[in-house]
Design a binder for this molecule. Structure first.
Ligand code: GDP
Length: 330
């Protein structure tokens, strides 16, 4: 039965998205997420039409390790934004969603109130498996949602290095949620993520009253020694409780302030321009790699050459040269 359902045309999808019809938005995103070449082609025509209507939203990345309180926070922030008259979209970038068979992030059951709101749209992470593909789909989905009229796009991600970098590369503001912890935890991954942060919010302030001040001090001094990404903004450290809503409006006020400052200095547009180039580069790499490994001639010679390299009978350089010759000839 499902095989006979007529698929909407690009023009129908365009119209549907522009009037913010949920069903059409959902279908547009499904097309974008599909790896089928025909779907991809259609998705690209649609995006081409939607692009002039996109770009107006405030795009905010929200990151933090599982359990830090991201979805509780987003539910609270989202409901507050909706009450303020905003239209809020929530997306997720979760590279593990392909493997676990379902996204944990952006899961509707985790944001019950917000997902029931007519002014909000929640989409779990695409489960295409490779992070590059998930990130591409998310970035293009932002175009759809902006063209549909959403003025605020929140992109949730888990606290694992690479996915955070990718999300930081698609948003105007990158918010990192943290819990108060021992000072010596401020190593490694946390330090890496602080470099991406436009603001650090210490969450669950309602239960960590004692340790809060110390945590604020620690994060402030950690941020102090990092070079600011912008000459006009030093990432603040704030406290909040996503559960109780404490500090959430104030936190958003800072994000708005950042938007004002960055727009006035021209850095907002500069950051977006820079991001487009980063994505251009990333997509060239992704495409070349996937074209390379799916190339028939490469596929034929790869296993023999791999064996020769493994056995030490051939140098890596000459194997690569042979493979590239095969690739270019095909
Ligand atoms: P996520 O994995 O980062 O999305 O975290 P969740 O939002 O699912 O929250 C994990 C747990 O922490 C849940 O049991 C929440 O109820 C709880 N939690 C989240 N935010 C707060 C908060 O601000 N205060 C307190 N006390 N608990 C919170």
């Amino acid at each position: 039965m499902s095989g006979t359902v007529r698929q909407p045309t690009v023009d129908e999808l365009f119209e549907g998205v522009r009037i913010c019809d949920r069903a059409f938005i959902g279908r547009a995103i499904t097309l974008i997420e599909s790896r089928n070449p025909a779907h991809q082609e259609k998705a690209q025509s649609l995006l081409h039409k939607l692009l002039p209507y996109s770009g107006e939203a405030q795009r905010v990345g929200i990151s933090g390790v599982p359990g830090v309180g991201k979805s509780t926070f987003i539910e609270n922030l989202g409901m507050w934004l909706v009450a303020e008259g905003h239209q809020v979209a929530v997306l997720a970038v979760d590279p593990s969603s392909g493997r676990t068979g379902g996204s944990i992030l952006g899961d509707k059951t985790r944001m019950e109130q917000l997902s029931a709101s007519e002014k909000a749209f929640i989409r779990p992470s695409p489960s295409s498996g490779v992070l590059g593909g998930v990130a591409r789909a998310t970035r293009e989905t932002i175009v759809v949602l902006e063209a549909a009229g959403f003025d605020t796009v929140l992109v949730e991600t888990v606290g694992t290095g690479q996915s955070e970098t990718m999300v930081a590369d698609m948003v105007d503001f990158f918010l990192v949620l943290m819990l108060p912890g021992a000072g010596d935890e401020l190593q490694g991954i946390k330090k890496g993520i602080l470099e991406l942060a436009d603001m650090v919010a210490i969450n669950k302030a309602d239960i960590f009253a004692e340790k809060l001040k110390q945590a604020v001090r620690e994060y402030k001094s950690a941020l102090h020694i990092l070079t600011d990404a912008s000459p006009s903004w030093h990432p603040p450290v704030v406290t909040c409780s996503g559960l109780k809503g404490e500090g959430v409006p104030e936190l958003w006020g800072r994000i708005e302030k950042h938007r004002r400052i960055m727009s006035e200095s021209g850095e907002r547009e500069a950051r977006r321009r820079e991001q487009r180039l980063t994505w251009l580069d990333a997509q060239i790499r992704d495409r070349l790699l996937s074209d390379f490994y799916s190339n028939p001639a490469v596929k034929t010679s790869l296993s023999g050459l791999t064996n020769a390299v493994r056995a030490g009978e051939m140098t890596v350089s000459s194997a690569v040269a042979r493979l590239l010759k095969d690739f270019q000839r095909d």
